[in-house]
Design a protein around this ligand. Structure first.
Ligand code: ZN
Length: 692
């Protein structure tokens, strides 16, 4: 079974710490600008043969000259575009701060959210007082009913199994409100496993010495957080909290299993929660969560939900109270006194991801404002930075790539005619969103108060929960976006048969209307092709044109697809960045197929766009060379070892350097760079994977 993250994922590891460096670093550490409107010729290393190592051929001089900034796990084009977008977004937010906008207006909310987050002095002065009511409520828990009510009150709409894939929540369960996989006309509440401090169960159960060391450090971190809050007997409590988390982790599903839709598409009635997952007092829990009236639930990772529920009953209430105290502190560390945030970063940023230095507060404030008021900030962003002409040119590229994909479907010799007809049907109603959504989120129900960073954060989370709960019982809106326009990424929404290409992704080096089209097709074109292909690959095959979970392939289609997939699994399993750790060809299969298919469709569309004319030669490079180099430069990235290891373990995407090597599956690449047998990347024509 393939993995299921559909986002292109420029972000590379834990969400919180990889974005943006300082404005000074943006210009300073590189001898050549990383983002050039055309290709970065001086960033190449032409002493390395393209067939030997294409990633280094395209990026070698840049790799040598570049150091990863101290506040980052990785540095590359995604990060630089993120940085630029952050700076622009920050400027827009700061204008809102100064605007003295009327109370209740969008500008007031954006401005006051940011200003409150930035007011460290006020945050320090308040100490833990804003959290005190929460801590008091935890301390007052006497029985399982009160425990269930508190746990239910922590439920947030903070996970997403299929669209903007995010499997992590620090609460025992996470909520995702989405189209029912069995009935595309309605929304259902999905419940997903959660409750761990570290990113994944592997950190708790993997016997490797490095993981064992992280477990020791995690327990020390829990103790430190409790000490900062003056909780007595911190070390003993931390040991019990960690042990509880270890048990939760044992119940958890692996990342690979969590991505297998067949295993995860389970419908439980309200009564089945009690019978299949006894322990947690569900009535109390659901009432507190705002889900009291729901009759049907989609249960992802069912045995994990059962296991976690059982632990709520079997573990001492005192241990749960300690656990909740720790999580309440950790969860809000960003808007509580600095000592907490620094400790949280020391563990999650430095120990887990290898990032030496915490990012500047203003950058974190920009991200936090963007999280809380994403569409409000996005609206300001596109007004200024996404002209209608860009939208039109991208829309044309999308049409060409979809046409190329259609032709590829028609030409497939392995797909049965009836299957091709269904693929065509699906392509015809695909909803492609470019730049920003047609409808913006209405924040009128969210109160933002200047000087109340903690309260703003809490209210924004609850607003997002309420906004999602309100979808239940309403018709499904296929035009809804899951990413903000200021996000540097792109995403396929399989259940909605839709795609989002945010405005921030549509800028150099991915896209630049002033350069030769070969370069745009090689970069953003391959991204668009990647996302489109997800609708038709083995995971896309699970969802029909309406988004219903119904496999529209024949067994023969699947058999051929699996045979091609097996070849690709082997190709990626052979990439070994560390002696003790190889890329997981199976975990990354779905994304690798999308890379191959996306690049191939983008190449066809590029040829089509020339209308029979020869592409202009630029700096001695043919159109095809521009196309492939632009592709490899769009994957330019340096990454710290711990972050790279974390990505290989958890992420459905292969490391970027190997994604650049996708080119070895296209015949045109061999011709463009005169790649010969015997070179490291050379594949015998039989071994080049052509799924589409
Ligand atoms: Zn993808």
């Amino acid at each position: 079974m393939s993995s299921f993250p559909h986002a292109l994922t420029i972000r590379v590891c834990s969400v919180a710490f990889v974005l943006s460096s300082s404005p000074v670093l943006f210009a300073a550490p590189n001898p050549t600008p990383i983002v050039s409107p055309g290709l970065d010729l001086s960033g190449m290393d032409r002493t390395v043969r393209p067939g030997q190592d294409f990633f280094t051929h395209a990026n070698g001089a840049w790799l040598k000259a570049t150091e990863i900034p101290a506040d980052r796990a990785a540095y590359g084009v995604g990060g630089v575009v993120n940085e630029l977008t952050s700076q622009r977004t920050a400027a827009l937010i700061q204008q809102a701060v100064k605007a003295d906008a009327p109370k209740g207006s969008t500008a007031q909310k954006v401005g006051d959210y940011y200003a409150s987050y930035m007011d460290e002095e006020a945050i320090e002065a308040k100490g833990l007082a804003p959290l005190q009511p929460t801590l008091d409520r935890i301390a007052a828990i006497q029985d399982r009913g009160a425990l269930a009510r508190f746990l239910g009150g922590t439920l947030r709409a903070d996970v997403d199994a299929l669209n903007n894939t995010n499997f992590y929540t620090d609460n025992i369960l996470g909520l995702w409100v989405a189209q029912d996989l069995d009935d595309p006309t309605r929304y259902v509440p999905f419940l997903l496993q959660g409750g761990l401090d570290m990113p994944d169960r592997a950190y708790y159960v993997d016997p490797a010495p490095r993981m064992a060391e992280l477990r020791t450090r995690c327990q020390a971190h829990v103790a430190k957080v409790l000490e900062i809050a003056h909780v007595p007997d911190a070390a003993a409590r931390a040991a019990r909290i960690f042990e509880l988390e270890r048990r939760i982790a044992e119940a958890h599903w692996t990342r690979e299993d969590s991505s297998d839709v067949k295993k995860n598409n389970n419908h439980w009635t309200r009564a089945e929660l009690d019978t299949a997952a006894p322990g947690l007092l569900w009535s109390e829990y659901l009432a507190a969560a705002g889900l009291a009236d729901q009759k049907l639930f989609a249960i992802w990772q069912p045995s994990a939900v059962t296991g976690i529920s059982a632990l709520v009953a079997s573990e001492p209430i005192e241990t749960w109270k300690d656990y909740l105290t720790f999580h309440a502190l950790e969860h809000s560390a960003a808007v509580l006194p600095r000592a907490l945030g620094d400790e949280s970063f020391a563990f999650h940023g430095t120990a887990l991801a290898g990032i030496p230095q915490r990012r500047d507060r203003w950058k974190r404030a920009v991200d936090a404002t963007g999280n809380a008021l994403g569409d409000a900030v996005g609206q300001l962003y596109v007004e200024k930075y996404f002209p209608p002409a860009s939208k039109a040119r991208i829309a044309e590229m999308v049409r060409n790539i979809m046409a190329a994909f259609g032709r590829r479907i028609d030409a497939l010799d392995w797909m049965a005619p009836a299957t091709k007809a269904r693929a065509r049907e699906k392509l015809a109603v695909l909803e492609v969103g470019v730049g920003y959504p047609d409808e913006w989120i209405d924040y009128s129900g969210l109160e933002i108060v200047r000087g109340d960073a903690f309260g703003n954060d809490q209210r924004a989370e609850r607003f997002e929960l309420q906004r999602n709960l309100r979808k239940l019982g309403r018709p499904v809106n296929r035009k809804e976006w899951v990413m903000t326009p200021q996000t540097v990424n792109a995403v396929n929404l399989p259940v909605m048969n839709a795609m989002n290409f945010p405005a921030a992704m549509l800028q150099p080096p991915y896209f630049d209307p002033s350069r030769p089209v070969a370069m745009d097709y090689g970069a953003i074109g391959a991204v668009i092709g990647h996302e489109i292909s997800h609708s038709f690959d083995d995971s896309g095959a699970l969802f029909d044109a309406t988004g219903r979970f119904r496999n529209w392939w024949t067994d023969e289609d699947k058999a051929h697809f699996d045979a091609s997939s097996a070849q690709l699994v082997k190709q990626y399993d052979a990439y070994r960045p560390f002696p003790d750790l190889a890329v997981n060809g199976k975990l990354t299969l779905g994304e690798n197929i999308a890379d191959v298919a996306g690049l191939a469709a983008a190449y066809d569309a590029y040829k089509m766009s020339l209308g029979g004319k020869r592409a202009p030669v630029v700096a001695g490079l043919s159109g095809d060379q521009q196309f492939f180099l632009s592709f490899a430069q769009s994957w330019r990235l340096k990454m710290r070892e711990p972050a790279l290891r974390q990505q290989i373990l958890q992420d459905g995407h292969a490391p970027d350097q190997y994604r650049a090597d996708t080119v070895r599956n296209l015949d045109a690449w061999y011709a463009a760079f005169d790649v010969k047998p015997g070179e490291a990347l050379y594949l015998d024509p039989r071994d080049r994977v052509r799924v589409w």
